[in-house]
Design a protein around this ligand. Structure first.
Ligand SMILES: Nc1nc2c(ncn2[C@@H]2O[C@H](COP(=O)(O)OP(=O)(O)OP(=O)(O)O)[C@@H](O)[C@H]2O)c(=O)[nH]1
Length: 344
């Protein structure tokens, strides 16, 4: 699928300027044109088989079927937060940074239709009944990788910002209502020059988490451009969640910046995606918050901060965790629909 030109983003200049300052970035980005990834399937191959009145899906034969490319694996380009002074001409041309023709993603079950007839074995040795592909998208620096690492390993990647090159994934098996659900979570590079790589992975995604940084207005302003892109490349019924990240920093920035979060609530209403604000600095928040799980019907009262714009139908999903660490983890489930629907 040819990569359509993106709407212009304010992040482009930011990203370019910062990228130019990274030592050795051109070199590494060139190695990003990984032939292994160019021919790799966008997800682990799934096998479908008939069952008694239902279908099952399982990964086969092993996650190692996806070629790993050391040049594209993950974070590579050390990023200087102070902004770049080097000319953006130091960047390699986009064509050199991305595989020329990413392999089309294999067919996956439609959202909510992935059911399992028997358990399968994940790479970590855990059995699972269902598998879903989730993608993290959003501007560079909004915290996609930190969110994933926090969710997967419970650690926070503090320190210098190292930008993702290309795309990578991690698996996590959760138990939702007694069902073992394997999430294959793809962490995409936010930089625009890698878009042609990541577009190919949208098509078979069951859920997309669109992140922005509540302390970075440009990342919020770019949401509309991201939604346009998602509508173009993802399935129509993809589960979409908007996530305002770095809430912990918004305190430092003052209440005005928190408005971006409320604005986020307004922004998602027309497109009926979910909104979730988080911070990746506290341990346990994401896993305890039930990311992408099917939560119980909400019984907790709306907290005071839920009186913001568009929150009348909101439900505090994570209130029970606020006692511990997630006082700033807030989730709204629009129309009381769970984030992922699991059907038998
Ligand atoms: N305070 C705070 N900082 C965060 C949080 N999440 C991420 N960061 C910081 O934000 C910076 C960028 O985080 P990343 O996860 O690398 O950003 P990214 O979206 O993956 O960026 P790309 O890989 O370029 O797309 C890092 O310096 C993190 O330490 C958060 O919840 N709170």
């Amino acid at each position: 699928m040819p990569a359509a030109p993106l709407p212009s983003r304010t992040s482009t200049a930011r990203s370019t300027a910062r990228s130019g300052a990274r030592p050795g970035r051109s070199e590494r980005a060139r190695s990003g044109a990984c032939p292994a990834l160019a021919t790799a399937p966008a997800a682990l191959p799934l096998e479908a088989g008939p069952g008694p009145g239902r279908r099952w899906w399982r990964h086969s034969p092993a996650p190692s079927a996806r070629p790993r490319c050391p040049g594209m694996s993950r974070k590579k380009a050390a990023r200087s937060k102070g902004g770049g002074s080097a000319p953006s001409a130091a960047l390699p041309p986009p064509a050199a940074a991305a595989p020329r023709s990413p392999a089309p993603a294999p067919e996956l079950p439609r959202n909510g239709g992935a059911t399992s007839g028997r358990p399968s074995l994940s790479s970590s040795g855990e059995f699972y009944d269902l598998a879903f592909k989730v993608m993290l998208v959003g501007d560079s620096g909004v915290g996609k990788t930190c969110l994933l690492v926090r969710f997967k390993d419970g650690a926070f990647l503090a320190g210098s910002f190292i930008s993702t090159v290309g795309i990578d994934f991690r698996n996590k098996v959760l138990t939702v209502d007694g069902v073992k659900v394997k999430l294959q979570i793809w962490d995409t590079a936010g930089q625009e020059r890698f878009r042609s790589v990541t577009h190919a992975y949208y098509r078979d995604a069951h859920a997309l988490l669109l992140l922005y940084d509540v302390t970075n207005k440009a990342s919020f302003d770019n949401i509309q451009a991201w939604l346009t892109e998602i509508h173009e490349y993802a399935q129509q019924d993809v589960v979409l969640m908007l996530l305002g990240n770095k809430v912990s920093w918004s305190h430092r920035a003052g209440p005005a910046r928190m408005l971006w979060m409320w604005a986020g609530v307004d922004a998602v209403q027309p497109c009926s995606c979910r909104f979730w604000a988080s911070r990746g600095t506290e341990s346990g928040c994401l896993s305890q918050g039930g990311m992408l799980s099917s939560p119980e019907p909400c019984s907790c009262p709306s907290p005071p901060w839920c009186t913001g714009a568009g929150s009348s139908s909101a439900c505090c999903w994570a209130a029970e965790f606020s006692q511990e660490c997630c006082i700033e983890l807030r989730c709204w489930r629009w129309k009381q629909r769970p984030v992922l629907t699991l059907r038998n």
